[in-house]
Design a protein around this ligand. Structure first.
Ligand SMILES: C[S@@+](CC[C@H](N)C(=O)[O-])C[C@H]1O[C@@H](n2cnc3c(N)ncnc32)[C@H](O)[C@@H]1O
Ligand code: SF4
Ligand code: SF4
Length: 337
């Protein structure tokens, strides 16, 4: 595999449309079905929303959104949060509904409620499940996620991996490891521990903006350690703790869409520091057909504040940087092959 993300090649069609003044439809829906959580992680981006305005979608709301997404031609659903998505009743039915209708389903969870029923559903209807763990032992888990759930979560992850092999399922299972000052020394142990659980990969990212975040010097130290781990565990260790930067305007938000527990639709999932600017409509009050590509939507894209994008490590930073470099080049004639 190339050391750049080959997914970027698939963006060309949408970028051509945007350049011609047409508006592509999103391929993926990121759904935050809850602002409600059973943990209280140190520095959680959504902590204040989960505490101030808790809300869980009801089953009918999720099914309605998935139906609308299917009708709009959306091909994948990324279920995350916000809060903890597995606390929403009927999530299993929603996954079956999306998966049976041909959507690629991805779930991000803290893993506490990964019970037998949900595991059975994920094995047969999801493509990727990621579990946020952030520690290789109970003590660190308790410090970072402020919950005494390490044994329960790791037992659930093992059960998911075992069911996957028992059913010869293609489900991809990953551990997400968010690095901060408290767990940076734990990283090598955590990678070995994740391997012992039977998952397919570990994705490492840095905590940003809230909580005990790494200093730039610490980032470089942790990245050096990560480089060693990538060599020791090829194709198993993914991600980076080095800050990514958006150097050009972001034009790629129409590739996906984000709906939160209130039905509000946002340009992308990094909306928490600019809710008003990033909100383009509400799926409980109107349909995606009404506002997707509307004047309001286009204006919101034009208003994107790059400084706010650069607070986080958004994967669209690198996609935008590369696309802009290639397409902006005076020698780029796509028809001359
Ligand atoms: C807000 S959680 C919601 C899903 C689920 N509750 C979980 O913990 O995976 C989504 C992801 O955001 C990450 N996250 C939380 N706070 C963060 C921060 N300050 N910087 C970067 N990522 C953060 C978490 O590690 C988690 O992987
Ligand atoms: S489990 Fe997820 S949503 Fe809950 S506090 Fe932790 S990071 Fe935030
Ligand atoms: S954070 Fe910025 S770069 Fe990333 S998708 Fe959102 S608007 Fe685009």
């Amino acid at each position: 595999m190339a050391d750049w993300d080959p997914k970027i090649l698939t963006f060309y069609k949408e970028v051509e449309m945007l350049r011609e003044g047409r508006f592509p439809r999103p391929r993926m829906l990121t759904l935050f079905p809850s602002y409600f959580c059973n943990q209280d992680c140190n520095g959680c981006l959504f902590s204040w929303m989960n505490k101030k305005n808790p809300k869980k979608m009801i089953s009918e709301e999720i099914l309605k959104i998935i139906s609308e997404a299917l009708d709009f031609g959306i091909k994948a659903i990324n279920i995350s949060g916000g809060g903890e998505p597995t606390l929403v009743q009927g999530l299993d039915k929603a996954i079956v509904f999306a998966g049976s209708n041909g959507m690629d389903v991805r779930l991000l969870t803290n893993g506490k409620e990964l019970d037998k029923q949900l595991i059975t559903v994920l094995i047969s209807h999801a493509k990727i499940v990621r579990i946020s763990l952030d520690a290789s032992n109970k003590e660190l888990y308790r410090i970072n996620r402020r919950a005494d759930d390490f044994d329960r979560v790791t037992k659930n992850v093992k059960a998911l991996c075992e069911e996957k092999s028992r059913h010869d399922s293609d489900l991809i299972i990953g551990i997400k490891y968010l690095v901060d000052k408290f767990n940076k020394e734990d990283l090598p142990r955590a990678v070995g521990f994740a391997k012992s659980l039977g998952v397919d990969y570990v994705e490492v990212k840095a905590k940003r903006a809230f909580g005990p975040v790494l200093t730039p010097v610490e980032e470089v130290e942790v990245e050096a350690r990560l480089e060693e781990l990538r060599k020791l565990f090829p194709n198993f260790v993914k991600g980076s703790v080095i800050k990514s930067h958006l150097n050009v305007p972001c034009i790629l938000t129409p590739i996906h869409t984000v709906v939160d527990a209130y039905g509000d639709v946002y340009l992308c999932c990094y909306f928490m520091n600019r809710k008003a600017d990033h909100c383009i409509g509400n799926v409980f009050k109107e349909s995606l057909h009404d506002f997707w590509g509307s004047e309001r939507h286009r204006e919101a894209i034009e208003r994107i504040d790059r400084k706010k994008c650069n607070v986080f490590d958004c994967r669209f930073h690198k996609y935008n940087n590369v696309i802009s470099e290639v397409l902006g080049h005076k020698d780029f004639f796509p028809n001359i092959v």
